[in-house]
Unconditional design. Structure first.
Length: 158
């Protein structure tokens, strides 16, 4: 592999990694939506290594609120609390379909997988027909769901 091929492969890897991190952060409600315009920090119309570096520097600067080059526990906690609060407001707004400032139990359970949806999940995972899910069935169902999601461990995002 010559140097140009290696550089192109590394650039592609960096872009892919940056986009993967951005997608994961967006699913988790992490720092702002990471779209092309956000990652193209210099507005050149291309995402380059220096763009990804600038985006990383901005993320650190967002944590380091006093600009001393170090992130204290208090800065980190404040940043995480702000992110959590913002994410909670977004979720609440989606759940509050009529905008009246309240959310019903049904709306919350639908988000958390309760009610009839939970019953369907139990039925699907209960392979021995016992009416419940034992540890072996649970693990098998988790693996099946992970495979359906592309091998992401079967854990639910957000």
């Amino acid at each position: 592999m010559n140097n140009n091929t290696l550089r192109l492969a590394l650039a592609a890897l960096a872009i892919t990694a940056g986009l993967g991190v951005a997608e994961a952060q967006e699913r988790r409600g992490g720092p702002g939506p990471m779209d092309f315009a956000t990652l193209d920090t210099d507005g050149s119309g291309e995402i380059q290594t220096q763009d990804l570096e600038a985006a990383r520097a901005k993320r650190f600067a967002d944590l380091d609120t006093n600009g001393d080059g170090q992130v204290t526990e208090a800065e980190f906690i404040a940043h995480m609390q702000a992110q959590t609060a913002e994410r909670a407001m977004q979720i609440f707004a989606r759940l509050d379909a009529d905008g009246d400032g309240t959310v019903s139990r049904d709306a919350i359970e639908a988000r958390q997988g309760g009610g009839p949806r939970a019953e369907r999940m139990i039925e699907r995972a209960d392979t021995d027909g016992s009416g419940g899910v034992n540890a072996e069935e649970f693990e098998e169902f988790r693996k099946k769901m992970a495979d359906r999601r592309g091998g992401k461990g079967g854990k639910r995002d957000g």
